[in-house]
Design a protein around this ligand. Structure first.
Ligand code: PLP
Length: 394
């Protein structure tokens, strides 16, 4: 009997546990401190009424024999896939409904998709990065090559012809940096992948935060992407589904390597290993894409976008360099006075009672950077921004 020894290579993730320990200890010693948390990556506003109503109706259907639903199609119900197809079409991106697979969220599929690839592939991952890409490949024993995302390239690295990658992770708008690729940037990646026979795993979990019309919200807005890219989307941040769980993954029919269709492989993988998303949840998800649902989620998104604006304005006034904020719920700022990110974390906690996320937790290139999020309460975000301004303008 042999275990998967690759698990020994995983680095323990102490980021959020260390943050919560430090905040807890500080709070105990300073019970009067009104600590504001701008470090969370979870949403705080509830589900839209249209979503709740659709789920209540679906639950009632389940209580009647004639409308009861048992096992569903693992790849998702047509009613939801059709809504998502129309959602893309409204942005002039044409997909077949069957190219869309319903998932329980982007994280699961980002990990599960690796079932389609041999362990003997080179994976290209930006640093800093959402840690799931690194850990899932480490578990499989794949060779990882990191590409530097930094101040010089605006945290948007472009392809290097000298690197031969097989699998490439791109996340735009990015977590943690909030940076967003423009069309030229994504086109460079698509052309590189097609030339090298590589596959891009494109994480679009934050596409709904893009406000600038000429920025791509899907990689399929770029010519050539259907022969080299898989796209992962999520209703977590779009519609407050972090606890409800639903997302979708697009695997184009045109995506083939060595005579094998990745679409067929993924369908086979999902129908074998995935149970599908509950009927009630898929009904709720479908309501997100109706006119009423879209109007309601836009109000919620506007609330978060306003928080991001408040934080961005403060950083602008302080003359602090940052990425994100405009087309993303994340702001990624350069720590003042050349502080490293944990030193700045302590400084902000102790002197402004504000909590953020040290960039070092996302990779070596995050060491001098710090992430703030716009998912908090409006009044608290305004208060935190004022405290940051007072502290850093001293
Ligand atoms: N991708 C990125 C970049 C994320 O930041 C997150 C969650 O924070 C996810 C994927 C996971 O999304 P989901 O909740 O749909 O699993």
């Amino acid at each position: 009997m042999k275990l998967n020894e690759n698990y020994k290579k995983l680095e323990d993730s102490y980021l959020f546990s260390t943050i919560s320990r430090k905040v807890g200890e500080y709070g105990e010693k300073n019970p009067d401190a009104k600590i504001i948390r701008l470090g969370i990556g979870d949403v705080t506003l509830p589900l839209a009424p249209a979503v709740v109503k659709a789920m209540q109706d679906a639950l009632c259907e389940m209580s009647v024999q004639e409308s009861f639903h048992g096992y569903g199609p693992e790849q998702g119900y047509a009613f939801l896939k059709n809504e998502i197809q129309k959602y893309y079409a409204r942005r002039d991106t044409q997909l077949e409904a069957d190219e869309i697979f319903i998932s329980d969220g982007a994280k699961s599929d980002l990990g599960n998709i690796l079932d389609l690839f041999d362990a003997d592939n080179t994976v290209l991952i930006p640093d800093p990065v959402y840690p799931v890409y690194v850990d899932t490949n480490t578990m499989a024993g794949r060779n990882i090559v990191f590409m530097d995302a930094n101040e010089e390239n605006g945290f948007l690295p472009l392809p290097d012809e000298n690197i031969d990658a097989d699998i490439i992770y791109l996340c735009s708008p990015n977590n943690p940096t909030g940076a967003v690729y423009n069309r030229e940037g994504l086109k460079a990646w698509v052309d590189y992948a097609n030339r090298k026979n590589a596959i891009i795993l494109f994480d679009a979990a934050y596409e709904c935060f893009i406000v600038e019309r000429d920025l791509p919200r899907s990689i399929y807005e770029i010519e050539g992407a259907k022969t080299c890219a898989i796209e992962f989307c999520s209703l977590s941040k779009t519609a407050g589904f972090t606890g409800t769980r639903c997302g979708y993954t697009v695997v184009p029919f045109a995506l083939e390597r060595n005579g094998m269709s990745l679409h067929k492989m993924w369908l086979r993988r999902q129908t074998t290993k995935f149970n599908g998303v509950p009927y009630v949840v898929q009904r709720g998800a479908a309501a997100v894409f109706t006119e009423e649902g879209q109007e309601q989620i836009q109000q919620t998104l506007a609330y978060y976008k306003e928080n991001a604006k408040v934080l961005a304005k403060t950083l602008d006034e302080l003359g602090i360099w940052y990425t994100g904020g405009k087309n993303s719920p994340y702001l990624w700022l350069k720590c003042p006075n050349n502080m490293n990110s944990w030193t700045f974390f302590d400084y902000l906690l102790e002197n402004a009672h504000v909590v953020g996320t040290p960039g070092a937790g996302f990779g070596k290139n995050g060491d001098k950077f710090f992430r703030l999020t716009a998912f908090g309460d409006k009044e608290k975000t305004i208060e935190a921004a004022e405290r940051i301004k007072t502290l850093l303008s001293k």
